[in-house]
Design a protein. Structure first.
Length: 148
């Protein structure tokens, strides 16, 4: 025995007539077709047309609200990603500046050590000069001493 199928104009199939009836109340394809048939009919039913127009407007409003919500969600996600990228850039910049500061500190320490080295070299040169002066004075004194 073959079961009877109840088909909607949108392509959906139903096993029972009441299921089709419930579906048709929400089916935009069926409602639009029904509205166009009523508009082409010589005795139009204005209440049905108004109801269909209101229903279409509500569907459009719901669709628009969903689109706006999705767009807002997308914008929010984009802003979160941009914020994360900016935070990462800021961390990179902070690390770069810390490294530059450490490098400058090391350069300053190097300059101090070089300066200390130069001071020691000057001190060494002064000691050598003093030693030479002492040697000269000693030689001079030795030359002045009579030989025995």
């Amino acid at each position: 025995m073959e079961k009877k199928s109840f088909d909607c104009q949108c392509g959906k199939k139903f096993a029972h007539a009441p299921s089709l009836c419930v579906h048709r109340k929400k089916c935009t394809v069926y409602l639009k077709d029904k509205a166009s048939r009523i508009c082409n009919n010589t005795t139009p039913n204005p209440n049905l047309n108004i109801k269909l127009v209101v229903q279409e407007q509500e569907e459009d409003n719901n669709s628009n609200r969903r689109i706006i919500a999705l767009e807002n969600q997308l914008k929010f996600t984009d802003l979160e990603m941009e914020n994360t990228n900016l935070k990462l850039e800021l961390k990179d910049k902070d690390l770069e500046l810390e490294n530059q500061l450490k490098l400058k500190d090391l350069e300053m320490e190097n300059l101090k050590l070089n300066l200390q080295l130069k001071d020691k070299e000057i001190e060494n040169m002064n000691l050598k000069l003093e030693l030479k002066d002492f040697e000269i004075k000693l030689l001079t004194k030795l030359q002045q001493v009579p030989e025995i």
